[in-house]
Write a protein that binds this ligand. Structure first.
Ligand SMILES: NC(=O)c1ccc[n+]([C@@H]2O[C@H](COP(=O)([O-])OP(=O)(O)OC[C@H]3O[C@@H](n4cnc5c(N)ncnc54)[C@H](O)[C@@H]3O)[C@@H](O)[C@H]2O)c1
Length: 315
């Protein structure tokens, strides 16, 4: 069983800490909100506003808020909490593992958190402490249930030993586990997961507006498409990068439907962007091919937008 410190005891931190405590780990919650601490103490948990690390190897989860600011992510609460963790690392002679669980842009662990931890602790990652990314995929409404039965566990660290320790920590909860040798890849997975979900929701809202305009129930249309749209979830079909869509149908149907939507007076900015992204990708593939062969026109034909990158889902 491990010693665990949760820094940031909100929705995700509480679910993480309670879930790990239920598996027998010794959990201490840390937060700056006195009311939060009182609530946790009333439930029988250790809760404090000051991080102290014993000499026992401890897993410190950073579960601090990462809201968006005017120009991107606002990481100020995260960096403030990380400085306190670094100071605690500096006061302890134990070897501890710091795990970033907040959602952050790729590179935050390496480029923001590591330098702060090293500066405030006087220790070096790898020698004085370990660092990993372990983003959370739970839903706020069912936070603890989702933690106890995770859809997926993602772990990134340059230290294979640290990855193994975290895999063992989460093993009792089950679910698929994906590991990466960099923290940034794990951070990117979490961001991409949320962006994909947002894009999917916006796509169906855009279609819902068209259906509403035509007097149909958009939700019934969506539910029916979901039956056939293997390409939207199967990694072998719709989900892969590096090539535009092509084939006989997708290029014509995207452009054709955009024209139809304009005619009926429904704006489809997402569909416009889809067509634009595909043009950019087709151009990129043409340029890459031109670097390795003089026979691009023979291979692709004169029109890069008609580039055929047959996928099983390109109907
Ligand atoms: N809420 C979700 O459903 C969800 C799901 C997955 C990932 N996430 C991500 O997890 C992270 C945490 O989100 P949340 O919803 O748990 O946030 P939250 O606002 O519920 O909790 C954050 C906690 O951190 C505390 N805090 C702030 N500064 C602190 C500091 N310096 N030291 C100690 N504690 C401090 C706050 O008082 C608060 O209790 C975010 O990056 C979020 O994007 C959230």
């Amino acid at each position: 069983m491990s010693d665990v410190v949760i820094v940031g005891s909100g929705v995700v931190g509480t679910a993480t800490g309670k879930g790990l405590a239920s598996a027998g780990h010794a959990v201490t919650f840390v937060d700056i909100n006195p009311q939060r601490l009182e609530e946790l103490r009333a439930e029988g948990y250790e809760a404090t506003d000051r991080i102290e690390l014993s000499e026992e190897p401890t897993i410190v989860f950073l579960v601090l808020p990462t809201p968006s600011g005017p120009t991107g992510y606002d990481l100020s609460a995260l960096t403030a909490g990380v400085s306190n963790v670094g100071a605690a690392l500096g006061r302890s002679s134990g070897f501890h593992t710091v795990v970033l669980r907040s959602t952050t842009p790729p590179g935050t662990c390496d480029d923001v958190i590591r330098p702060i931890l090293e500066a405030t602790s006087g220790k070096t990652e790898g020698e004085g402490f370990a660092l990993a990314s372990n983003p959370e995929f739970l839903r706020a409404a069912t936070a603890l249930e989702d933690f106890l039965s995770p859809a997926m566990t993602v772990i990134g660290s340059r230290s294979t030993l640290t990855v193994q320790r975290l895999v063992e920590l989460f093993r009792p909860f089950g679910g698929p586990v994906r590991t990466f040798s960099t923290t940034a890849e794990a951070e990117l997975v979490k961001c991409a997961h949320n962006l994909f979900n947002a894009a999917k929701i916006s796509f169906w809202n855009e279609l819902w507006l068209v259906a509403e305009h035509l007097g149909f129930n958009g939700d019934e249309v969506a539910a029916t498409v979901a039956i056939s749209s293997e390409g939207s979830t199967n990694p072998q079909y719709g989900i892969r990068g590096g090539a535009p869509y092509g084939g006989a149908c997708l290029p014509k149907d995207t452009v054709g439907f955009l024209g139809f939507a304009r005619e009926i007076g429904v704006d489809m900015p997402l569909l416009s962007a889809v067509i634009e992204v595909n043009r950019t990708m087709a151009h990129r593939v043409r340029v890459e091919l031109a670097e390795v062969t003089d026979h691009v026109e023979e291979l692709l034909g004169p029109d890069s937008e008609a580039l055929v990158s047959e996928r099983p889902s390109d109907h």
